[in-house]
Design a protein around this ligand. Structure first.
Ligand code: AP5
Length: 217
């Protein structure tokens, strides 16, 4: 099963992906996490991505498409794509690459939420640099402040979660990524629109219901 999780920055894609992959035993392929790992490792791709990520813009399509198609190839039978595709060109190239391998996207989960809710989510987010767990300073606190419950590492704030960069990320989303939903409608993909301005548990339950029904068909 290949699922694409779409939604604006801070909609909860990473949070929900972690739950979906556990329940359905899928790989989690986050383009943002892969880029951050490449930056930390000092690779050429990481260096190319740096300025785009820090300003809240998109990394060029050719860089992302090669990286994600390779990651999907290594991921085995099923995966959830988090943060990819983010432009219509990326969506088209992903379809071509999957068709070449006799594979396809089974469904799109589209998290819907207003921009004003997102700003608070992103500025309060804290993440674990080692295991990737995601927390929030008020809505999802770790047991000990700034320490990961899962692996004990110190939590960090992402550099692109500052207010001015968040504004740019939202602008980029509206200008370039909203069109991806239109592309998937046009090519007849199954799209599940989910209200993401809700409790984390309720959002997961809504996604699981849709995916359970999909698997039962
Ligand atoms: P990426 O890492 O993908 O960032 P993003 O899409 O902006 O998404 P986020 O990770 O910020 O948010 P999320 O939706 O995962 O929310 P989360 O679950 O963490 O991309 C970073 C950059 O890389 C991009 O700006 C771009 O430069 C580049 N890039 C990546 N992919 C690319 C591509 N395909 N093409 C080109 N460039 C690309 O939740 C956020 C916070 O809210 C957390 O604190 C969480 O605890 C809290 N929260 C979650 N759900 C709830 C809830 N229901 N109620 C209350 N709080 C909640």
């Amino acid at each position: 099963m290949i699922i694409v999780l779409l939604g604006p920055p801070g909609a909860g894609k990473g949070t929900q992906c972690k739950r979906v992959i556990e329940k359905y035993d899928l790989a989690h392929l986050s383009s943002g996490d892969i880029l951050r790992a490449e930056r930390a490792a000092g690779t050429e791709r990481g260096k190319k991505a740096q300025a785009f990520m820090d300003s809240g813009g998109l990394v060029p399509d050719d860089v992302i498409i090669d990286m994600m198609v390779a990651a999907i190839g290594k991921a085995g039978d099923g995966c959830v794509l988090d943060g990819f595709p983010r432009t219509v060109v990326q969506a088209e190239e992903l379809d071509k690459a999957l068709t070449d391998e006799n594979r396809k996207i089974d469904a799109i989960v589209n998290l819907e939420i207003d921009d004003d809710v997102i700003a608070n989510r992103l500025t309060g987010r804290r993440s674990c640099p080692d295991c990737g767990a995601i927390y929030h300073v008020t809505s999802l606190r770790p047991k000990v402040d700034d320490v990961c419950d899962k692996c004990g590492s110190g939590l960090v704030q992402r550099s692109d979660d500052k207010t001015d960069v968040v504004k740019n990320r939202l602008k980029t989303y509206h200008e370039q990524t909203v069109a991806v939903v239109g592309y998937y409608q046009q090519v007849g993909k199954i799209i599940f629109d989910i209200d993401a301005d809700n409790d984390i548990e309720k959002i997961s339950a809504a996604i699981f219901e849709k995916l359970d029904n999909l698997l039962a068909v």
